[in-house]
Design a protein around this ligand. Structure first.
Ligand code: SAJ
Length: 425
């Protein structure tokens, strides 16, 4: 008898992504390229319109082509309001409030927005980096709106809805590669929730999927970013020690790293971005007595920006009306993301002084509103800024800045926080 092999039905055919930012938009676009019908939801009307026109609102290598292709193929569209789907991925910001207390308002709003369109059998995945317990909170927030459905925090494996946490791990600048290649942690409120979420990620992730419970997944993500923060704090502390004892920190770290078990990270003007500068506080907030190293590291990294401001102010004392070129505003090289950027903080602090500041940022069209409002801050072109400056402060190691010849810096005081021109007098 001839055996008929029927192709396996895809685990999910329609998925909704809430939050079309640095994480949600690439994720939505990549899923769409795998033939899944993807509806991206965002509260920002101009973002929705831009995506539906095949455009993007962020800078990320290759993303424009993928989004354009997915929209043109009819697999990706954006909307302001959620509609029924088989799976919902929440990728909204999780900032903190005053005193470093986590602000879970966007997650709660997303959960409440999804609840009305949920049906038995649906999956909800929280991707946003969140304090321990948030995935269970999502379940509670939705249960309050949908008493007709059984949720896993109450009904365990008998629940109608599966809910899991799968924290994103993508590195801005390498998003499209890492989204597919990186391994992922998938933490379910129940084992069935984890299995169901794994079936979704298996549709586009080539890296390994590690299944666990939601609370472990939440803390693992916070620990990954805290690990990096602690290690950068070590490098930043060393940079200040080196300044005090008259040693070139870049050469010293390069040599120390020749040891087979030593790998010191690079110092900088502080740590920025929406992840590493924020997430460690979620651990400190949950366990303030215990998380002493994590707290101190955050403090060192925040202090490093103040230290740079002091150095520049000190250098400026030599001039009657100092012109200061500040190179870079984003939180790291070759991206447009200004969130929690130490460079922005440093420029704002310097703007309080009696200086003329020339801010150079090739990845943005205009200065952020609060800097544009400062009468003594000008968005300048690189060559013009260096030409006019008494002091050149290198804040971000953008590729354009690496090409500046040392000869262009002669007769200027250089404060190089990234070691791009290490060895420059
Ligand atoms: N930095 C240094 N020295 C270094 C490395 C970084 O000063 O040696 C600074 C950067 O300039 C930047 C900040 O640290 O201001 C963070 O940059 P990053 O490249 O280390 O990380 P992010 O914030 O862009 O992305 C991180 C990643 N997490 C880890 O590497 C553990 C990424 O995988 C996460 O997905 C992302 O956080 C996130 O969204 O949580």
């Amino acid at each position: 008898m001839k055996r008929v092999i029927t192709p396996k039905a895809p685990a999910f055919t329609k998925v909704s992504v809430l939050g079309l930012g640095y994480v949600g938009l690439p994720m939505a676009a990549v899923m769409a390229t795998r033939g899944i019908e993807v509806i991206g939801i965002d509260v920002n009307k101009s973002v929705v319109e831009k995506i539906n026109a095949g455009g993007i609102h962020i800078v990320e290598p290759g993303l424009d082509i993928v989004v354009r292709g997915a929209v043109a193929a009819g697999n990706l569209r954006a909307s302001l309001t959620p509609e029924p789907a088989e799976a919902f991925i929440i990728a909204v910001p999780t900032p903190f409030k005053e005193n470093n207390v986590p602000d879970m308002r966007y997650c709660e709003e997303a959960a409440r927005a999804i609840a009305p369109v949920l049906k038995a059998g649906d999956l909800v995945v929280l991707e946003s980096t969140s304090p321990v317990g948030t995935t269970e909170d999502i379940s509670r927030w939705m249960a309050a709106i949908r008493p007709d459905l059984k949720f896993p925090h109450q009904h365990g494996e008998a629940a109608d809805i599966c809910i899991a946490h799968s924290p994103e791990r993508i590195l801005p600048g390498r998003v499209l590669i890492e989204l597919v290649a990186n391994s992922r942690i998938i933490g379910g409120i129940t084992p069935k929730c984890a299995q169901r979420a794994a079936a979704l990620y298996r549709m586009f992730v080539e890296g390994e999927l590690h299944l666990t419970n939601a609370r472990t997944a939440e803390l693992a993500k916070l620990s990954e970013n805290s690990f990096r923060d602690v290690n950068i704090a070590f490098a930043n502390e060393l940079s200040m020690v080196c300044e005090k004892v008259g040693v070139d920190v870049w050469e010293m770290i390069r040599l120390a790293n020749c040891h087979p078990r030593v790998n010191i990270l690079q110092p900088g003007p502080g740590v920025g971005g929406h992840c590493i500068a924020v997430d460690p506080w979620f651990i400190v907030h949950a366990a303030p007595e215990e998380a002493r190293l994590i707290r101190t590291s955050r403090e060192i990294n925040e202090h490093k920006a103040e230290h740079v401001v002091d150095r520049v102010r000190h250098a400026a004392e030599r001039f009657r009306a100092p012109v200061i070129a500040c190179l870079g505003l984003s939180y790291k090289a070759d991206i447009d993301d200004l969130r929690e950027s130490p460079a922005v903080h440093i420029v704002k602090e310097l703007a309080k002084g009696d200086f003329q500041i020339l801010a150079v940022e090739p990845n943005v069209h205009a200065l952020p509103a609060d800097l544009a409002a400062c009468a003594n801050v000008e968005h300048a072109d690189l060559d013009d800024a260096i030409e006019r400056a008494d002091i050149v402060v290198l804040l971000v190691d953008h590729k354009e800045f690496k090409l500046v010849p040392k000869s262009a810096l002669l007769a200027r005081i250089v404060v190089d926080t990234r070691g791009v021109w290490a060895g420059t007098p």
